[in-house]
Design a binder for this molecule. Sequence first.
Ligand SMILES: Nc1ncnc2c1ncn2[C@@H]1O[C@H](COP(=O)(O)OP(=O)(O)O)[C@@H](O)[C@H]1O
Ligand SMILES: [Mg+2]
Length: 281
Amino acid sequence: MFDWIAEACGARRVKRSEHVQTLWSGYGEIVRLALDGGDAPTVIVKHVRPPLARTSVGDARKRRSYQNELAFYREYAPLLDERCRVAALYANRVTTDEWWFVLEDLDAAGFALRSDSPRGADLDACLAWLAQLHARFVGVAPSRLWPTGTYWHLATRMDELDAIRDPAVRASAAELDARLASAQFQTIVHGDAKEANFCFARDHRVAAVDFQYAGGGVGVRDVAYLLDGHSGRHLDAYFRHLRAALPRDVDGDALEAEWRTLYPVAHQDFQRFLAGWNPVG
Ligand SMILES: Nc1ncnc2c1ncn2[C@@H]1O[C@H](COP(=O)(O)OP(=O)(O)O)[C@@H](O)[C@H]1O
Ligand SMILES: [Mg+2]
């Protein structure tokens, strides 16, 4: 079943395969293949095979998310440099029911560490990575990506909205969403920028994975999610990285002022999702 992958990578054959982890909600798995000859000794394969029952809203969202991830790797990733490191996409295959991503092995490229709660230089590297992404794509329309990124954005979470018990939270949802959507400065956000989607190097560089929910938005949507709404020096660090990376023709003062105002809005918007996703009481 991996023969075509060996061929696509210029290798003679697959020597070994090793299960890395199961995908979210049993939608497939990540495997590492050791190749005989060819361009890279190992590759990572993200093999998506959704369960057969395909009726729910959630299922449709997930399927679309893999198409989104493929569009990101093909069209957006090549525009990023070392400061915003992502895996190279060596090959892919899409059938009616399956997606295969053959990716550079980031562990082999030096990003072999994972962290549940990055601190210090590691957390700063995640913020710098996000700042590079946001700066590179500021003002770029998210064509072939989600028009609005993040897995929790309101338009795709109507069931969760109905499940919110607190009427005040329910009532404010549309306004929070509208404030984020109508911001003057929009970019491409990662959309699921949690610790588990960063791979760390010993020298505190990072690479990011998992672009299923990359799409349009204000940069602070990613930052509020990563920092869990805490402001202070980490938020300041993000803006320092962002200001240093922004193209010259972008009004950095105006952008920073707008996104600082929207930071608590982005945090509340994520809290709105949580309130309906896991209703308590
Ligand atoms: N190219 C890669 N190189 C090394 N590890 C990877 C690569 N892609 C994914 N992984 C590892 O597999 C995990 C799951 O991949 P991800 O694309 O985030 O799937 P999921 O949708 O299940 O979260 C990542 O958190 C990372 O540890
Ligand atoms: Mg992930």
